[in-house]
Design a protein around this ligand. Structure first.
Ligand code: AMP
Ligand code: DBH
Length: 549
């Protein structure tokens, strides 16, 4: 079999690839094949619902073929990159399956991305088209896409999914409805081809492009669906932006489709919107980042919500879920909590649905595959003794071997043997579950004494006057770094002060050098595109003196 591997993609060594095929991890199925199979087996089952649409598997199949045929007319084909920036709406699924069927690569941009991210993404991927929406949440995405096109030499087409036929579009933009042709012949797609480009996280800095193949990603989707016990009765609610790897695949919308269940989606993740969607669509499982989980829990604890009784599992991931919050989720929402520690580069860990409560509250779970390999190493790359703290590196059947066309990042992020350096500090417990201690850079080095931001946050959260807390290290002329605590007050009338917070933490028997040097009360924390609290942005705010105190 002749393989056309674009040079920008680092494949798995051929011996290892052969092993993953033999083991049955990689099956040769593409995402197009998956939809074909479901449309043939359960044509009338509901695949996708949102406030305006309700499509069966047969309809989704037909729509994605029809759109693929139309897009081929524009010259979009195998290996072409297409930026996709869409909010959570049914067409998201139709568009990505149309691209999968063409062997074209969606590049998964978040609705929160703007010029500073999108222009470098368009350039690095040499994308030829961008699929976006019209006005959404009062922001004109078509105009943004038009400006990205003007700054990106390869970007020729802007296609818009829009509700309002009256809306004026930029001259360069075309409505996607013009490209729904009678389904025609589509090209063969190879499962070992790159299916799409995911983006690495980070609220600032240019996201890196992550190439994932049909083979490796479908394996992670299948394993995720099994671990999360999805079946044809599953209704998965995508409330985080679907383009993100977590709601996409852990088990996410693709896991729900793999299981023959239903994908429901909401345009925003607030309790007001999401709780009614849960009642309306009979949602059984959803995934949240910790700040959202806190909002949902507070809303539910306040009482009189819509009927949430269909909801069985709430996953929390993307950032460390503090124990204080983890304890409240199950009782408040009447669900089983599942912690998910994952990354778009590959490795995903889950607590299992029948794990003892202690593991579910206090750990971020264990790898989804018996073929994942994990090592915990010190800063020199030497393995630490079992149970010790260190840097997590990993390899396996669905963890990439390199970023897309980025030798500099590859030299930093992968060892010579092809292990991915996650950048996360972890400890592996005797029961095999991981405790994520934070990003390596999240430790504050105060005059040589290392303080874990997460550990101090846990103490701050115990303070009755503090609703949420984030600790960052900020530059200090004498100490190197000092400890800055950002807190949200539980009651705006009673703002915690540096003196009371320090006294409280000292009371808890914490070493003196771990005391915060400053406490800044804020209404909200800056967030990344998926809603994680952005430590980077907080550090920047402090450096710019915006919050100096
Ligand atoms: P991204 O670059 O957006 O794919 O983010 C992946 C990173 O998010 C991981 O490397 C971790 O640093 C962090 N992360 C994801 N899930 C968790 C979790 N459950 N607990 C702690 N950190 C997490
Ligand atoms: O944060 C992440 O990137 C993430 C979290 C949970 C992820 O990629 C995933 C699950 O697959």
């Amino acid at each position: 079999m002749a393989l056309t591997v674009p040079p920008s993609f680092t494949p798995w060594p051929s011996e290892e690839a052969r092993r993953y095929r033999e083991l049955g991890c990689w099956t040769g199925e593409t995402f197009g094949d998956l939809l074909d199979a479901r449309a043939a087996a359960i044509p009338e089952a509901v695949a996708v619902v949102d406030d305006a649409h309700r499509w069966t598997y047969a309809e989704l199949d037909h729509r994605s073929r029809s759109l693929a045929t139309g897009l081929a007319r524009l010259g979009i084909g195998r290996h072409d990159r297409v930026l996709v920036q869409l909010p959570n709406r049914a067409e998201f699924v139709e568009v990505i399956f149309a691209l999968f069927r063409l062997g074209a690569l969606p590049v998964f941009c978040l609705p929160a991305h703007r010029q500073a991210e999108l222009v470098p993404i368009a350039t690095a991927s040499a994308a030829t088209a961008m699929i976006t929406t019209g006005v959404h949440q009062r922001f004109d995405y078509a105009a943004l896409a038009d400006s990205i096109r003007a700054q990106s030499p390869t970007l020729r087409h802007v296609l818009v999914v829009a509700d309002d036929p009256e809306q004026r579009l930029p001259q360069s933009a075309r409505r996607i409805d013009e490209f729904r042709d009678e389904p025609g012949e589509l090209p063969p797609v190879d499962a070992s081809d790159v299916a799409f480009l995911q983006l690495s996280g980070g609220s600032t800095g240019i996201p890196k492009l992550i190439p994932r193949t049909h083979d490796d990603y479908l394996y992670s989707v299948r394993r995720s669906a099994e671990i999360c016990e999805l079946d044809s009765d599953t209704v998965y609610l995508a409330t985080l932006p679907i383009a993100h790897n977590f709601p996409m695949s852990s088990p996410g919308i693709l896991g729900a489709l793999w299981a023959g269940g239903t994908v429901a989606m909401t345009p925003d993740p607030t309790p007001a919107t999401a709780f009614s969607a849960i009642e309306k669509f009979g949602v059984t499982i959803t995934g949240l980042v910790p700040p959202l989980a806190r909002l949902w829990v507070e809303r539910a604890e306040a009482g009189s919500t819509p009927d949430l009784s269909t909801l069985r599992v709430v996953q929390v991931g993307g950032a460390r879920c503090q124990e204080e919050l983890a304890r409240r989720i199950g009782p408040a929402l009447g669900v089983t909590l599942q912690q998910v520690f994952g990354m778009a580069e590959g490795l995903v860990c889950y607590t299992r649905l029948d794990d003892p409560i202690d593991a579910v509250i206090a750990t971020q779970g264990r790898p989804m595959s018996e073929h994942d390999r994990l090592e915990v190493v010190d800063d020199d790359g030497a393995e630490v003794p079992p149970g010790g703290d260190g840097n997590l590196i990993t390899q396996g059947p669905y963890t990439i071997r390199g970023y897309y066309d980025n030798p500099e990042a590859n030299a930093r992020s992968f060892t010579a043997e092809g292990w991915y350096r996650t950048g996360d500090m972890v400890r592996v417990r005797p029961d095999g579950n991981l405790v994520v201690l934070g990003r390596a850079g999240d430790w504050v080095n105060r005059g040589g004494e290392k303080v874990s931001a997460e550990e101090l946050e846990e103490h701050l959260l115990a303070h009755p006057g503090i609703r949420d807390a984030v600790v960052v290290g900020t530059p200090d002329r004498i100490l190197g770094q000092r400890i800055s605590a950002f807190v949200q007050a539980a009651d705006p009338e009673h703002q915690p002060t540096l003196a009371t917070v320090r006294a409280f933490v000292r009371e808890r028997g914490v070493a003196a050098w771990k005391m915060p040097d400053s406490v800044v009360v804020v209404d909200r924390f800056p967030e990344t595109g998926v809603g994680k609290t952005s430590r980077k942005e907080l550090r920047q705010l402090l450096a710019e003196g915006t919050h100096a105190k």
